[in-house]
Each structure stands twice: as structure tokens, then as C-alpha cells.
Design a binder for this molecule. Structure first.
Ligand code: SF4
Ligand code: SF4
Length: 161
């Protein structure tokens, strides 16, 4: 089987403009049909990509945390919320709460997540290509195709249809 992660590394830069254009075109097709196609391709591509061979999102994009994430993870780590915030979190330029450092401090050497069961909602939902939400995040997909091999290949396969 083709190594989709290596293929993405080889082609992600040259696909940048193509994917941005394609996503713009898709915005006129937003809706259930596109979401269903997103769901199908999300399942298909994630059967061929193991996130544990990649972890590029955890290495390069600081995830956003909401209040529930902060208290759940702090509790799991046996820390007071304020201490957890102080040690691990910062406000980004948009005022959102994100992990202070990349790679994520909870990313382990084997690419597993130390707090997997308790991880932020943003990590659970990334890369927003399945769960009937593909068309809600079109602009994000154009950016994410450079960060996530799965998004890259989902867009590539959509372009073939
Ligand atoms: S919390 Fe876990 S899943 Fe989320 S970025 Fe960090 S290592 Fe990755
Ligand atoms: S970047 Fe995409 S393929 Fe890689 S670990 Fe994250 S979700 Fe999985």
C-alpha cells in the first residue's frame, strides 16, 4: 500500500494553491451531500493512515482548550486548575486558550498522547473532516492540508471524483 504520509510530505507544498482553489469551489456545494462525501473519505483515508505514525498535529499546532478541558485535564493530573494553566497554557493572539508549547507537552516519544482519554475536545475533533462537519470547516481544510496528511488525501480524492 502507498505510504500516504510520505506522499503528503513530498507533495504538500506544491498542492497549496490547488487545494485553496478547490476549497473555494467547494463552498458553493456546502451541505449534506458534501458532508457525506467527507465522512466516507475520512473513513477511507484514516484506514490507510495511522496517526501514531504521524503526530504532526500534536507536534506543530497548539490545541485550543475550553474550560471543561482545563478542569478535566487538571483533575486527571492531580493539579489545581490555576497551576495547570500556569504550567501548560497561554492565550494566543485571538484570546483563545492554547497549549503553551509545541510539540504538545503531552506528546510521548512513540507519538501516543499521555492524556488521551482526557485530551481536549479540539484534539478529539481534529481534523474536522468526518462526523458530518466537513463543509463547516472548508477554509480550515485548505490550511490543514499542509499540516495533516489525512486532510491532504481527502481533498486529493475529492478532486478525482
Ligand atoms: S493533548 Fe494529546 S492529542 Fe492533544 S495535542 Fe497534546 S498530545 Fe496531541
Ligand atoms: S496530522 Fe492528521 S494524520 Fe497526522 S496525527 Fe494528526 S490527525 Fe492524524
Amino acid at each position: 500500500m502507498k505510504d500516504l504520509i510520505q506522499d503528503w510530505k513530498n507533495r504538500k507544498q506544491t498542492a497549496k494553491k490547488r487545494h485553496t482553489k478547490f476549497v473555494k469551489r467547494l463552498s458553493s456545494q456546502k451541505g449534506k451531500k458534501l458532508d457525506k462525501q467527507g465522512d466516507d473519505l475520512d473513513r477511507e483515508v484514516f484506514q490507510e493512515i495511522n496517526c501514531l505514525d504521524c503526530a504532526n498535529c500534536c507536534s506543530s499546532i497548539p490545541p485550543m482548550l475550553n474550560r471543561a478541558d482545563v478542569s478535566r485535564i487538571a483533575k486527571h493530573l492531580g493539579m489545581k486548575t490555576a497551576a495547570f494553566q500556569e504550567e501548560y497554557l497561554r492565550q494566543d493572539e485571538d484570546g483563545d486558550t492554547v497549549m503553551k508549547t509545541t510539540p504538545c507537552p503531552f506528546l510521548l516519544e512513540d507519538n501516543a498522547c499521555l492524556i488521551y482519554e482526557y485530551r481536549p475536545r479540539a484534539c478529539r475533533e481534529y481534523p474536522h473532516t468526518g462526523q458530518e462537519e466537513f463543509s463547516q470547516h472548508l477554509k480550515l481544510h485548505a490550511v490543514n492540508s499542509r499540516h495533516c496528511p489525512a486532510v491532504f488525501h481527502i481533498l486529493e480524492r475529492m478532486m478525482e471524483v
